[in-house]
Ligand binder design. Sequence first.
Ligand code: RB5
Length: 147
Amino acid sequence: MKKIAIACDHGGYEMKMAIIAHLEERGFEYCDFGCSSTASVDYPDYALPASLAVARGECDCGILICGTGIGMSLCANKVKGIRAACCSDTFSARMTRMHNDANVLCFGARVCGLGLATDMVDLFLDTPFEGARHNARIEKVMNIEKL
Ligand code: RB5
């Protein structure tokens, strides 16, 4: 069973708690990197420890939630080893696993309702990477500075 790093800022706090309840229902192990209320915080402070946990292999993948998902994804993608996808539809949440081998899903609590967010989480967690022709592309993504 996958271990999931999860974090949010104030904009994503309530959504994160609902997603955690869903993860618990599904029996996933998770590590909650905050924040812990709707009081205003800075999303990089929460994106970083969760992303590092994934990059270091302490967690298998991550879920990051802010108002738009964008701030979280900007931060996560600056951590070496992270492939974060900011999604607001189920097709993208599935395809980013199949083609991009994304290891962090980001979304915005002010963009997506809980039903859509839950479906995206399930697709992200349940869809395998296709490999094959995508392996070489992921290799390039992870070494983009050498191209
Ligand atoms: C916080 O107001 C908001 O800027 C943040 O949650 C996020 O949307 C940033 O990308």
